[in-house]
Design a binder for this molecule. Structure first.
Ligand code: COA
Length: 177
Protein backbone atom coordinates (compact mmCIF):
# COMPACT_ATOMS: atom_id res chain seq x y z
CA UNK A 1 0.00 0.00 0.00
CA UNK A 2 2.90 2.36 0.65
CA UNK A 3 2.26 5.28 2.97
CA UNK A 4 -1.04 7.19 3.13
CA UNK A 5 -0.76 10.84 4.08
CA UNK A 6 -3.65 12.95 5.37
CA UNK A 7 -3.78 16.51 6.68
CA UNK A 8 -2.47 15.57 10.14
CA UNK A 9 -1.49 11.91 9.89
CA UNK A 10 0.49 9.23 8.17
CA UNK A 11 -0.77 5.64 7.89
CA UNK A 12 2.15 3.29 7.42
CA UNK A 13 3.37 -0.22 8.12
CA UNK A 14 4.41 -1.16 11.65
CA UNK A 15 8.10 -1.20 12.63
CA UNK A 16 9.73 -3.01 15.56
CA UNK A 17 10.79 0.36 17.02
CA UNK A 18 7.10 1.18 17.49
CA UNK A 19 6.89 -1.27 20.42
CA UNK A 20 6.81 1.35 23.21
CA UNK A 21 4.22 3.47 21.42
CA UNK A 22 2.17 0.40 20.47
CA UNK A 23 2.11 -0.70 24.11
CA UNK A 24 0.41 2.62 24.95
CA UNK A 25 -2.41 1.36 22.71
CA UNK A 26 -2.51 -2.44 23.02
CA UNK A 27 -1.32 -2.59 26.64
CA UNK A 28 -4.05 -0.33 27.98
CA UNK A 29 -7.31 -1.72 29.31
CA UNK A 30 -9.26 1.37 28.21
CA UNK A 31 -8.52 0.27 24.62
CA UNK A 32 -8.24 -3.52 24.77
CA UNK A 33 -11.51 -4.04 26.65
CA UNK A 34 -13.26 -3.14 23.39
CA UNK A 35 -11.17 -5.35 21.08
CA UNK A 36 -11.90 -8.90 20.00
CA UNK A 37 -11.25 -11.59 22.61
CA UNK A 38 -8.38 -12.99 20.49
CA UNK A 39 -6.35 -9.80 20.90
CA UNK A 40 -6.07 -9.64 24.70
CA UNK A 41 -4.06 -7.01 26.57
CA UNK A 42 -0.31 -6.89 25.90
CA UNK A 43 1.72 -7.14 29.11
CA UNK A 44 5.02 -5.37 28.34
CA UNK A 45 7.32 -4.02 25.64
CA UNK A 46 8.92 -7.43 24.95
CA UNK A 47 5.54 -9.00 24.30
CA UNK A 48 4.58 -6.02 22.16
CA UNK A 49 7.77 -6.39 20.08
CA UNK A 50 7.00 -10.08 19.51
CA UNK A 51 3.48 -9.25 18.37
CA UNK A 52 4.74 -6.48 16.08
CA UNK A 53 7.29 -8.89 14.64
CA UNK A 54 4.48 -11.34 13.83
CA UNK A 55 2.40 -8.53 12.26
CA UNK A 56 5.37 -7.34 10.18
CA UNK A 57 6.10 -10.90 8.99
CA UNK A 58 2.42 -11.49 8.15
CA UNK A 59 1.98 -8.29 6.19
CA UNK A 60 3.53 -9.33 2.82
CA UNK A 61 1.42 -12.51 2.84
CA UNK A 62 -1.89 -10.73 3.36
CA UNK A 63 -3.95 -10.23 0.24
CA UNK A 64 -4.66 -6.48 -0.14
CA UNK A 65 -6.54 -4.68 1.23
CA UNK A 66 -5.92 -6.86 4.27
CA UNK A 67 -3.23 -5.71 6.67
CA UNK A 68 -2.31 -3.83 9.84
CA UNK A 69 -0.95 -0.30 9.96
CA UNK A 70 0.27 2.32 12.40
CA UNK A 71 -1.23 5.81 12.63
CA UNK A 72 1.44 8.46 13.16
CA UNK A 73 1.03 12.18 13.76
CA UNK A 74 2.84 14.29 11.19
CA UNK A 75 3.61 17.16 13.58
CA UNK A 76 5.17 15.12 16.43
CA UNK A 77 5.97 11.81 14.64
CA UNK A 78 4.24 10.03 17.54
CA UNK A 79 2.53 6.73 16.78
CA UNK A 80 -0.95 7.22 18.26
CA UNK A 81 -2.96 4.33 16.90
CA UNK A 82 -3.46 1.36 14.67
CA UNK A 83 -5.74 0.31 11.83
CA UNK A 84 -6.51 -3.14 10.51
CA UNK A 85 -8.41 -4.81 7.70
CA UNK A 86 -9.05 -8.53 7.94
CA UNK A 87 -11.58 -11.25 7.28
CA UNK A 88 -14.04 -11.65 10.12
CA UNK A 89 -14.05 -15.11 11.70
CA UNK A 90 -15.50 -17.70 11.63
CA UNK A 91 -16.84 -17.53 8.04
CA UNK A 92 -14.08 -15.30 6.64
CA UNK A 93 -16.35 -13.69 4.06
CA UNK A 94 -16.66 -10.16 5.39
CA UNK A 95 -13.76 -7.73 5.50
CA UNK A 96 -13.57 -5.82 8.77
CA UNK A 97 -11.99 -2.42 9.20
CA UNK A 98 -10.93 -1.74 12.79
CA UNK A 99 -9.27 1.20 14.51
CA UNK A 100 -7.59 1.79 17.85
CA UNK A 101 -6.09 4.96 19.36
CA UNK A 102 -4.15 5.47 22.55
CA UNK A 103 -6.57 7.13 24.99
CA UNK A 104 -4.62 10.43 25.08
CA UNK A 105 -5.35 10.78 21.35
CA UNK A 106 -9.13 10.34 21.59
CA UNK A 107 -11.36 13.27 20.78
CA UNK A 108 -9.41 14.83 17.88
CA UNK A 109 -10.88 13.02 14.92
CA UNK A 110 -7.70 11.03 14.27
CA UNK A 111 -9.38 7.62 13.86
CA UNK A 112 -11.89 9.06 11.40
CA UNK A 113 -9.18 10.89 9.43
CA UNK A 114 -6.90 7.84 9.17
CA UNK A 115 -9.84 5.48 8.59
CA UNK A 116 -11.16 7.57 5.71
CA UNK A 117 -7.79 7.43 3.96
CA UNK A 118 -7.56 3.67 4.44
CA UNK A 119 -11.11 3.14 3.13
CA UNK A 120 -10.36 5.18 -0.02
CA UNK A 121 -7.26 3.10 -0.67
CA UNK A 122 -9.07 -0.19 0.13
CA UNK A 123 -11.68 0.55 -2.52
CA UNK A 124 -8.93 0.69 -5.15
CA UNK A 125 -8.27 -3.00 -4.39
CA UNK A 126 -11.28 -4.58 -6.12
CA UNK A 127 -13.50 -4.95 -3.07
CA UNK A 128 -17.04 -3.67 -2.88
CA UNK A 129 -17.70 -3.35 0.84
CA UNK A 130 -16.05 -3.08 4.24
CA UNK A 131 -17.63 -3.78 7.63
CA UNK A 132 -16.97 -2.55 11.14
CA UNK A 133 -18.25 -4.19 14.31
CA UNK A 134 -18.60 -2.71 17.77
CA UNK A 135 -20.16 -3.68 21.07
CA UNK A 136 -23.45 -1.76 21.53
CA UNK A 137 -21.95 0.19 24.46
CA UNK A 138 -18.84 1.25 22.49
CA UNK A 139 -20.26 4.65 21.70
CA UNK A 140 -16.91 6.11 20.57
CA UNK A 141 -16.33 3.35 18.00
CA UNK A 142 -19.92 3.69 16.79
CA UNK A 143 -19.40 7.45 16.49
CA UNK A 144 -16.29 6.88 14.36
CA UNK A 145 -18.13 4.42 12.10
CA UNK A 146 -20.86 7.01 11.48
CA UNK A 147 -18.29 9.79 10.98
CA UNK A 148 -16.65 7.60 8.33
CA UNK A 149 -19.97 7.46 6.47
CA UNK A 150 -20.66 3.84 7.41
CA UNK A 151 -24.26 2.65 7.53
CA UNK A 152 -25.72 0.67 10.43
CA UNK A 153 -26.90 -2.68 9.07
CA UNK A 154 -27.95 -4.50 12.23
CA UNK A 155 -26.86 -6.44 15.27
CA UNK A 156 -25.40 -9.92 15.21
CA UNK A 157 -23.67 -12.50 17.36
CA UNK A 158 -22.29 -14.49 14.42
CA UNK A 159 -18.70 -13.24 14.59
CA UNK A 160 -17.35 -13.84 18.08
CA UNK A 161 -20.41 -15.02 19.99
CA UNK A 162 -20.56 -11.40 21.10
CA UNK A 163 -23.54 -9.16 20.49
CA UNK A 164 -22.12 -6.63 18.02
CA UNK A 165 -23.43 -3.69 16.04
CA UNK A 166 -22.51 -4.01 12.37
CA UNK A 167 -21.70 -1.11 10.06
CA UNK A 168 -20.94 -1.24 6.34
CA UNK A 169 -19.50 1.08 3.73
CA UNK A 170 -19.50 0.74 -0.06
CA UNK A 171 -17.69 2.84 -2.67
CA UNK A 172 -20.94 4.64 -3.53
CA UNK A 173 -21.15 5.86 0.11
CA UNK A 174 -17.94 7.86 -0.21
CA UNK A 175 -18.57 11.57 -0.32
CA UNK A 176 -16.44 12.00 -3.46
CA UNK A 177 -18.02 8.85 -4.97
C1 COA B 1 -12.80 4.00 18.83
C2 COA B 1 -11.77 5.12 18.99
C3 COA B 1 -10.66 4.95 18.00
C4 COA B 1 -12.51 6.44 18.79
O1 COA B 1 -11.67 7.52 19.11
P1 COA B 1 -12.16 9.01 18.79
O2 COA B 1 -11.04 9.93 19.00
O3 COA B 1 -13.45 9.25 19.51
O4 COA B 1 -12.51 8.88 17.24
P2 COA B 1 -12.67 9.89 16.06
O5 COA B 1 -11.44 9.95 15.26
O6 COA B 1 -13.92 9.49 15.36
O7 COA B 1 -12.84 11.31 16.76
C5 COA B 1 -14.10 11.80 17.11
C6 COA B 1 -13.97 12.76 18.25
O8 COA B 1 -13.00 13.78 17.92
C7 COA B 1 -13.64 15.08 17.96
N1 COA B 1 -12.93 15.91 16.99
C8 COA B 1 -12.07 16.91 17.32
N2 COA B 1 -11.50 17.41 16.23
C9 COA B 1 -12.02 16.75 15.17
C10 COA B 1 -11.81 16.82 13.78
N3 COA B 1 -10.94 17.69 13.25
N4 COA B 1 -12.48 15.96 12.98
C11 COA B 1 -13.35 15.07 13.50
N5 COA B 1 -13.58 14.95 14.83
C12 COA B 1 -12.92 15.78 15.66
C13 COA B 1 -15.09 14.78 17.71
O9 COA B 1 -15.91 15.82 18.18
C14 COA B 1 -15.25 13.50 18.52
O10 COA B 1 -15.22 13.75 19.89
P3 COA B 1 -16.49 13.51 20.81
O11 COA B 1 -16.94 12.09 20.59
O12 COA B 1 -15.96 13.74 22.18
O13 COA B 1 -17.49 14.49 20.30
C15 COA B 1 -11.17 5.10 20.41
O14 COA B 1 -12.18 5.36 21.34
C16 COA B 1 -10.52 3.77 20.75
O15 COA B 1 -9.37 3.52 20.43
N6 COA B 1 -11.30 2.88 21.44
C17 COA B 1 -10.81 1.58 21.83
C18 COA B 1 -10.66 0.65 20.65
C19 COA B 1 -11.97 0.47 19.91
O16 COA B 1 -13.04 0.46 20.49
N7 COA B 1 -11.89 0.28 18.62
C20 COA B 1 -13.05 0.10 17.79
C21 COA B 1 -13.44 -1.31 17.72
S1 COA B 1 -13.62 -1.61 16.01
Amino acid sequence: MGVLTTERLVVREWELDDADAALEIYGVDKVTRWLTPAMGQIADTDAMRLLLQAWIEDQPNMLPPRGRWAIQRRDTDEVIGGLGIRLLPPYEEDLELSWQLRPEAWGHGYAAEAGAALISWAFTQEIDELFAVARPSNTRAIGTAKRLGMTWVGETDKYYNLRLQVFRIRPSDLIDG
